[in-house]
Design a protein around this ligand. Structure first.
Ligand SMILES: [Zn+2]
Length: 290
């Protein structure tokens, strides 16, 4: 990925840690508190957390947040430290998404209000409850922010061999995709539709939301003409397959339960990322119509 010429976004916050961090904490709930050191299981579980939390689940606060959801304004202090290389890279990706979505919104006669990327070590408060690094990066619609502990990328790179900088960019662009869905009213609309549906129906709607965010990630990359180098698209598609619900279910429990999907199968996620990459047109990302 060619990021050298990209201007970094200034829409970020650096938080000092507020505890509660560490990979494997919520994983332990699912896998018997085995925590770090369980090898394959943890790898799979962490991959599953790349886009672990659907924004629709966050309106009412995370399971670790206070009941009743919104906790008031989040702290905005800038911790006194210099940014790490991976944070600089993340801000270049964010800056690129702002330029691309700014232009696309303008073409549509609208205005793009950028989201803010929050860097935090371990844990911090969010408008959606307490954020923990183990949740993976997520978008909180209540305070229009993306929460990212970049040690998540370090874990992926050093211990789990997740592929390349474009895979990281895809993660950020996917969360920005949720912000776009927030701006254009999609999240509110789907949330209203969800009321009255059973779990299976609600899961199906969430899959559509996630697949559209994948498609929007592709739209972003397609519209930044200088960005992609040979192999990047393939790396992104491999990452999309690795985080497919069926891939994760098969590796973690040995069988696949499609009704339990919340993010889409490997094939679906690859398909919609590719639709975005091939078309560069958000109008083509109608995951609800198919
Ligand atoms: Zn998502």
């Amino acid at each position: 990925m060619r990021l050298d010429d990209e201007q970094e976004s200034s829409n970020f916050e650096v938080r000092s840690g507020e505890g509660g961090g560490g990979f494997g904490l919520p994983i332990g709930m699912a896998f018997g508190r085995g925590g770090i050191g369980c090898g394959g299981i943890i790898i799979v579980a962490i991959l599953g957390l790349i886009f672990g939390v659907n924004p629709l689940q966050l309106f009412g606060g995370t399971d670790n947040g206070s009941p009743g959801g919104f906790q008031g304004p989040a702290p905005t202090e800038q911790a006194d430290r210099t940014l790490s290389p991976v944070e600089h890279t993340s801000l270049k990706v964010l800056g690129s998404t702002e330029r691309v979505w700014g232009a696309l919104f303008e073409q549509a006669g609208s205005h793009y209000a950028p989201t803010t990327l929050v860097f935090y070590p371990g844990g911090t408060r969010s408008g959606c409850g307490f954020a923990k690094s183990a949740m993976g990066p997520f978008y909180c619609p209540n305070d229009d922010r993306i929460f990212l502990d970049t040690s998540f990328f370090d874990e992926l790179k050093t211990r789990f061999g997740a592929p390349g900088d474009f895979a990281q960019a895809y993660v950020i662009a996917h969360e920005v995709g949720h912000h776009v869905q927030d701006l254009n009213g999609l999240l509110d609309k789907v949330r209203a539709q969800e009321a009255g549906l059973d779990e299976r129906g609600a899961n199906a709607l969430q899959v559509n939301v996630e697949l559209q965010a994948d498609c929007y990630a592709g739209v972003w990359a397609a519209n930044d003409k200088n960005l992609l180098e040979p192999g990047d698209a393939e790396a992104g598609l491999r990452a999309a397959a690795a985080v497919g619900d069926d891939t994760i279910q098969k590796a973690s429990q040995g069988y696949v339960v499609p009704e339990g999907f919340t993010h889409g199968s490997a094939a679906q996620r690859q398909h919609w990322l590719k639709v975005g990459l091939d078309s560069g047109d958000p109008a083509k990302c109608d995951t609800f119509g198919d």
